[in-house]
Design a protein. Structure first.
Length: 118
């Protein structure tokens, strides 16, 4: 994954997951694109690491853009998004959180459907 910094260009959505450094970058990213899937992860989480190719597939195969963020790097995110376990996946549409999954590993087909249905 690569790290990106604001501002994000809505005319050039990324075609692979973007690792965001903090809540400000998350807000800018979510505001820049119509449909966003965000994975909240932690370092050392094996399930989170196993989600990387799934997130990459979603970024390539849907209209959603994908980001990852470690809420431990910006602790207020834990409370703001009610992160009780990782990975937690949140779909944003038009800047608003509309759905979430916190069920461990999610296969690519299921995450693709989740990203497109919300």
């Amino acid at each position: 994954m690569h790290t990106a910094s604001p501002p994000f260009d809505p005319a050039s959505p990324p075609d692979r997951p973007v690792d965001l450094p903090d809540g400000d970058a998350l807000d800018a990213f979510v505001d820049a694109y119509d449909r966003v899937v965000v994975e909240f992860y932690t370092d050392g989480c094996g399930i989170c690491a196993s989600m990387e190719p799934v997130l990459d597939a979603v970024a390539h195969n849907t209209d959603a853009v994908v980001a990852t963020i470690n809420p431990r790097d910006d602790p207020p995110l834990i409370e703001r998004f009610e992160i009780g376990s990782v990975p937690t996946l949140v779909v944003f549409v038009d800047g608003e959180s509309v759905d979430r999954l916190a069920e461990g590993f999610v296969p690519a087909d299921d995450l693709t459907a989740f990203a497109e249905a919300a």
